[in-house]
Write a protein of this length. Structure first.
Length: 211
């Protein structure tokens, strides 16, 4: 395992959901409701943070396993959500060897933080069973939204250049599709959530591992 504290840095004040989950979770739950009809209800949360998302999905009947490089987040998760199997770790570890493979991998608001996105994508794909589904979210970027931020002078705040351990990659439909395709995932499609679509806060990629 690499020195996970050196790549974590994100701080968690508690083990509860945050504002972004208000628009992410309904879309994720809709996807999982469809997937769960045909597959065992086991889910891996890649970048599980403080366990708040896993706890919500556990209440929906999913068995949750996950990792995060933040020892602070995992400590809060274990204290608040002992029913979840969450451990310190990262996408740079051989997670499939440690935890096995799953019909579903969820990774919300993580890929924009990783230093080596191809390593992340390979690990995500390796965690999936053949025929399994990945659900990945990241802040949305599109021409109209970027233009609106430029005109309103909010680009600096959005790109968080002066915040330690914040977003370091900014994804589009095209670049995220390429990343997932390189990892062997197929049938990639996108949802836009939060605000109206052209100004969406986040996009959710849904992709399948060939069976």
């Amino acid at each position: 395992m690499k020195a996970t504290e050196a790549i974590a840095g994100y701080r968690y004040e508690d083990a509860e959901v945050n504002a972004s989950h208000g628009y992410l979770l309904p879309a994720v739950r809709a996807e999982l409701a469809r997937i769960g009809k045909d597959k065992s209800r086991r889910l891996f949360d890649l970048g599980c943070g403080n366990g708040s998302v896993g706890a919500e999905l556990f209440r929906d009947g999913w068995q949750i396993t996950g990792v995060d490089p933040s020892s602070e987040g995992i400590a809060q998760a274990k204290s608040r959500h002992p029913e979840l199997r969450l451990e310190t770790g990262s996408a740079y570890d051989d997670l499939a060897a440690l935890y096995g493979r799953f019909p579903v991998v969820v990774s919300l608001e993580v890929v924009e933080h990783v230093y080596a996105p191809r390593d992340y994508a390979r690990t995500l794909a390796d965690l999936l069973e053949p025929g399994g589904t990945a659900i990945i979210s990241t802040p949305y970027h599109g021409y109209v939204k970027n233009l609106a931020m430029a005109v309103t002078g909010t680009l600096d705040a959005h790109f968080t250049a002066l915040w330690d351990h914040r977003h370091i990659k900014f994804w589009s439909f095209r670049t995220l599709s390429q990343l997932l395709a390189e990892a062997g995932l197929t049938d990639i499609r996108f949802l836009r959530v939060g605000r109206i679509p052209i100004l969406a806060k986040s996009m959710i990629a849904v992709a399948r591992k060939p069976g």
